[in-house]
Design a protein around this ligand. Structure first.
Ligand code: ADP
Ligand code: MG
Length: 711
């Protein structure tokens, strides 16, 4: 049903076809509703006129009523231009000293100089509106808005909207935007339909939509604005979660899963032989997986756990449940090295069970490959570990029941689909995706809101904390000495250099220089230094990596290629060069390469001479915590959810208009719990009081892209 909200924006008074086209191309605003959902990104208080003497440099936007006292024009080279017969093309800066009865202040213009110069005539009074800044020790206003002296806005806050140069140039200024919003409100309010059921407004104490829309654009007070904001944020997050949970519900009801009721002998044999007790978190997660596998519905579970939290064991025990029920498991890793390492670890765990495992990668020889294919087809191989080689069509299973994927974001959707198609009897296997990239809770609830998520939030006991310190160039010598001491104790060290795409050339230069310096500081025959980077051939890489892994080289100089890579428990030092250039989650992943053995480990962040405030904050965070989830939360706060590792490819499900995953975690949790509760009572949303919810979910904006589908 069309409402006033759906009206084409061009019919709104003050718009017309030209502006409509511009609003569409610049802001993606096509209807009156689109316009009203464009909320101010900040508000300014234009009810108060400040006294010049009271202005402070850290103040937000202020308004003064002042008279023009002196006007001066300057050229690019700083020379003052004569006031008479000005050549505006030479003018670079217009300085206007204005005053009120409390004092004087300079206002400065770099653009629109001619216009301002002809308008700001000495003796005339205006309202100046801008942000106080400090310039050579004095407060001034750069590019303030200039208005007639009596145009102060009575009462309330004024919204400021996102704009673009094009819009501005064609006359859609902040003021025009406000006028359009006013007209839009007028046209929709009389017939506005509430978008949340009454009972939700009541139970959650939310203001009605009409109030919220009016106050978000034209707040009468901070308090009214807060109520409006809360209502709109809640609504946005609530519908997002409701739609995700609906999808999850529909799928868990419809996706038929292989039923695996038994735990089985192999599981028990492995469990009994474990050299350690499982952590509480590992036990909980295994229970969750086990419940999924016997439920009759297909499992779609994301397993999150920091580096070293013991995900491999969980994978093995899950695989053994499948084996115990007559099914096979495949475990797919993103790289050859990781696959090998998984295979080596897993083989050890499987020894007491008699279950046959195999490794299949691009490097597997023809004869071995043939044997593996046969073993998979006759069912004698219970667990196959491998790389992309696993998804080739020639690989057929007798009864694939569980697919485990390590580090999911490195696999494409198509690749995964090809694996899932190999399920026993045409039924998709259960799916467990493991990731060591901690994702903030709010983001996980949204990115993977329609999946089940298990988190191993507890580290195995006895791990020694990694000591992290951040030092500057002047301590480089000390750092070398420290590495020498560690090597004398029989340990090894990583030295990692940043490699950023845009400055690849310079970065490789740095890496090479760094390598030369290290070789000089750690000469043969006492020391061996290996080097690994992306420009080497696979053989070179493997040779160098192998030398370090086997302990033949004590130092590995590399780019971030080792981020996900070999486990070298003997390595006790991780040096990160130009650490300020890395993101938090990357630093954390790199640090996770050490601290894997029983020895005390160190992470040394080398910082450059010029470090921005923001970068310093990251380095400080790294030194203050080892908790990947805490770091991920911080990273999200600093950079926003879109830039986080592991989310770039998938992207966010819908763009949020007003709520923020980084800041509105509490509202999000509340909205999710509430949505869950509603679906619990009325899974298909067919009760009359939920008709509105069902209708809203059918709107376009909730046709969420199913990017988090892992099956
Ligand atoms: P992840 O894959 O999550 O990074 P791993 O599975 O490789 O972690 O485990 C890291 C190390 O901790 C391994 O050496 C493993 O044997 C050990 N480990 C796993 N679970 C436990 C536990 N419950 N108690 C003690 N050590 C454990
Ligand atoms: Mg692992």
């Amino acid at each position: 049903m069309k409402t006033a909200m759906d009206m084409d924006i061009q019919y709104l008074p003050g718009v017309g076809s030209k502006r409509a086209a511009l609003l569409k191309s610049e802001l993606d605003v096509g209807t009156v509703g689109d316009l009203l959902h464009l909320y101010p990104f900040r508000y300014i208080d234009r009810s108060t006129v400040h006294r010049i003497a009271d202005l402070l440099p850290d103040q937000a936007y202020v308004q003064i009523r002042a008279t023009v006292l002196r006007v001066r024009l300057f050229a690019k080279n700083g020379a003052e231009l004569p006031a008479e017969g000005v050549k505006y093309n030479l003018a670079n800066r217009l300085s206007v000293i204005v005053g009120d009865d409390s004092g004087e202040i300079e206002t400065v213009f770099f653009k629109g100089i001619k216009w301002m110069h002809t308008r700001l005539l000495p003796g005339h009074t205006f309202l100046f509106f801008g942000k106080p800044t400090i310039w050579s020790g004095r407060i001034n206003l750069v590019h303030p808005e200039v208005d007639a002296p009596d145009s102060a806005v009575a009462g309330g806050l004024t919204g400021v909207y996102t704009s673009t140069e094009k819009l501005h140039n064609s006359g859609v200024t902040g003021k025009v935007m406000l006028r359009l919003m006013g007209a839009a409100l007028e046209s929709v309010l009389p017939s506005l339909q509430e978008t949340l059921p009454d009972y939700i407004l009541r139970e959650k104490g939310l203001v009605p939509l009409s109030f919220a829309l009016r106050q978000i654009h034209f707040p009468v007070s901070q308090e009214a604005l807060a109520k409006a904001t809360y209502r709109l944020k809640f609504e946005e997050l609530f519908y997002l979660q409701l739609s995700l949970l609906r999808q999850k519900y529909v799928r868990s009801r419809s996706a038929v899963g292989l039923v695996m009721p038994r735990v089985g002998e192999a599981f028990n044999a492995c469990y009994r032989a474990l050299p350690y007790d499982l952590t509480g978190a590992q036990k909980r997660v295994i229970r969750e997986i086990r419940d999924d596998m016997r439920s009759g519905h297909q499992m779609n579970r994301l397993l999150q756990g920091d580096v070293g939290s013991g995900k491999t064991m969980v994978a093995v025990l899950s695989a053994l449940i499948a084996v115990g029920n007559g099914y096979q498991t495949c475990l797919m890793a993103p790289t050859e090295v990781l696959a090998q390492q998984h295979y080596a670890n897993i083989s050890r765990y499987l020894a007491p069970t008699g279950v046959r495992a195999a490794l299949l990668t691009g490097a597997t020889g023809t004869a071995a490959r043939r044997e593996i294919h046969a073993g998979l087809e006759d069912g004698s191989i219970g667990l196959i570990v491998g790389t992309h080689a696993l998804i080739e069509d020639t690989v057929q299973f007798r009864a694939l029941g569980l697919a485990i994927v390590d580090e999911q974001h490195r696999f494409g959707v198509d690749q995964r689909a090809r694996l899932w198609n190999k399920g026993a009897g045409g039924v998709e296997p259960h799916v467990l995706v493991m990731t060591a990239t901690p994702i903030p809770r709010t983001l996980a609830m949204t990115l993977y809101g329609d999946l089940d998520v298990s988190v191993i939030d507890e580290m195995p006991p006895g791990r020694k904390p990694i000591q992290t310190l951040c030092i500057g160039e002047e301590k480089r010598h000390a750092m070398h000495n420290f590495i020498r001491d560690e090597i004398a104790k029989g340990h090894q060290a990583f030295i990692v250099y940043p490699l950023i795409f845009e400055s690849e050339k310079v970065d490789y230069k740095n890496l090479e220089l760094g390598y030369e310096e290290i070789v000089k500081a750690f000469p043969l025959p006492d020391y061996k230094v290996a080097i690994v980077h992306g420009r080497q051939t696979t053989q070179e890489k493997d040779f160098n990596m192998g030398a370090f892994a086997a302990g033949r080289a004590q130092i590995l100089v590399s780019t971030t290629v080792i981020e996900v890579g070999v486990d070298v428990p003997n390595a006790s030092v991780m040096v990160i060069e130009s650490a300020e250039r890395f993101g938090l989650s990357q630093l954390h992943q790199l640090r996770g390469r050490v601290g894997r053995g029983s020895e005390r480990s160190f992470c040394i962040l080398m910082k450059g001479r010029k470090v921005s405030k923001e970068s310093q904050k990251r380095l400080d965070m790294m030194c203050s915590t080892e908790d990947g989830f805490v770091l991920a939360e911080e990273d999200m706060k600093m950079r926003g959810p879109g830039d986080l590792e592991g989310t770039q490819q998938s992207g966010l499900p819908i763009s949020l208009n007003i709520a923020s995953l980084a800041r509105d975690g509490l509202i999000l949790s509340d909205a999710r719990t509430y949505a869950d509760h509603i679906l619990d009572l009325d899974p298909s949303l067919e009760r009359p009081e939920n008709a509105l919810l069902s209708a809203e979910l059918h709107r376009d904006k909730y046709a969420i892209r199913d990017y988090s589908q892992i099956s």
